[in-house]
Structure formats: C-alpha cells, structure tokens
Design a protein around this ligand. Structure first.
Ligand code: GLP
Length: 241
C-alpha cells in the first residue's frame, strides 16, 4: 500500500486526480469505479476542469458506482444516482448510459446484484477504483464484519453510517435502512485502487485500515492485500498513523 500525505484536502483531490488522469491518458476507455460521499468530489471537479481546459478527454470512459440505497424513488436528492448525475455524468459530459449503478429499486434485489456483477465483468472489470472511507472503516457500504471476499449484495446500514449520512436527507427517519453494495471481493478485483480521506474525523479509521491487522472489523484494511493501492490523505486524516 502506498500512503501519500499532503498538507490540505485540495492537495488530496489534485493528487488523486493526477493518478486517475494518468490512467485515462494511457487507456482512454478506462473503466472507472466511482465512489460517492464528499471525499471524492474534489477529484471529480479537478478531472472535469482538466477536460474543460482541453488537457484531458473523459469521453471514452465508463463508470461503475460502488453502491446505492435501497428503495429511494427516481430523482431523490439523497440517492447515489442523483449524486453521480450531478458530480460525474454532467460535469464529465458523459451520457447517462456510461455511468452505471446497482439497481436499488429492483423487485428482485438478489438478481439485480448478480446483474451488476455481470455488467462489471462484461465491461472487462474495473481498471481504477476510487474509494472514500467511512468513519467506521467501511468502503462502499461494506460495514464492519463484512466478509472479506463478499460480492455485490444487499446490506443493512449500521447505526453509525445512518447517522453520518443523515446530512444528505431531510431528517433521520428518511435515511434508508438498506443498500446494495459491491463486495470487498469485488473491490479487490479492481486493477488499481485510490482511496482518499480528508479531515480528523477519518483519522482512526485510516490508521486501522493502513496499520491495523487485516480484519472485517475494519473493512478497508482488506486493501492491504491489494497489489496496487494508493491511500491519499491530508495531514489531519493521517493524524493517527
Ligand atoms: C458513504 C459511501 C462510501 C463513502 C463513505 C464516506 O456512506 N457509501 O462510499 O466512502 O460513506 O463518505 P464521506 O466521503 O462523505 O465522508
């Protein structure tokens, strides 16, 4: 695992964007795994800016989301479909068909999970997966005690995650109880992984992921098994290392 520590959150976004842009320059049809949450937003803005300035062409990439909430109606402002439309598809000028998510509204969710795994495989697998980390060490929505070899499946959200994510919903009650998430085994199959974390509130999860034992209690620690994982941190997020 490579760990890069930079002074500010803006530096984290710019450095991670460099890694992503270098990959796309080498392989214009990169299959990009896109995380949601506030952590990767700086990366997306930086990539969009570089395209705007003519320094990067995002037109050939395809994106796969890590996860989606179960049961939110189309267009719900808290859904990851809405997030990726706003932060990725539109600024990257990608047709909606090039940004895929697990179907959290499917009648048969188990089938939707299998379909999503198949879609990733048919695209040739994820070339580069962008990740954030939850305060409890989750990646995607793989909460503590997730199987280290899990595949895309339905998960219940932990109380901690529902509290952390309540800010994206009108009130606590509205936060969904379940999600569909790529598994840790799915994430490990990405050829390259870039995890970003900013701020002191991530410091203990980052320390457990990078220096702790590999344990399902800190799902992000499974990245210690990945051959090409880079963790990009600002100084506060690196405070526990
Ligand atoms: C969310 C997402 C994760 C994300 C994490 C951190 O719940 N499912 O993919 O990495 O929590 O969110 P944030 O970046 O807003 O702190």
């Amino acid at each position: 695992m490579d760990v890069v520590i930079l002074p500010t959150a803006a530096d984290v976004g710019a450095h991670a964007a460099d890694l992503v842009a270098a990959h796309i320059a080498r392989k214009p049809d990169t299959v990009l795994g896109v995380a949601t949450g506030s952590s990767p937003v700086g990366i997306y803005r930086e990539l969009a800016r570089r395209q705007q300035e003519g320094a990067l062409d995002l037109g050939g990439i395809r994106c796969f989301a890590l996860d989606e909430y179960v049961g939110l109606p189309p267009g719900h402002p808290g859904s990851y479909a809405t997030f990726l439309e706003r932060e990725v598809a539109r600024p990257f000028r990608l047709p909606r068909s090039r940004v895929r998510l697990p179907d959290g509204r499917a009648g048969d969710l188990e089938r939707a999970c299998e379909d999503y795994e198949r879609a990733i495989a048919e695209a040739g697998g994820i070339d580069l997966q962008i990740l954030g980390i939850g305060t409890n060490g989750h990646i995607g929505f793989n909460e503590p005690v997730s199987s280290l070899s899990s595949r895309t499946r339905v998960k219940a959200l932990s109380a901690q995650t529902r509290t952390d994510n309540a800010r994206f919903f009108a009130d606590d009650e509205e936060v969904p109880t379940h999600c569909v998430t790529q598994g840790l085994g799915t994430i490990l199959e990405a050829r390259q992984v870039v995890l970003v974390a900013q701020g002191e509130r991530k410091a203990s999860a980052v320390a457990a992921a990078v220096e702790g034992p590999v344990s399902s209690m800190c799902p992000a620690s499974v990245l210690q098994f990945h051959r090409r994982a880079t963790v990009v941190l600002d100084e506060p997020a690196a405070g526990g290392l």
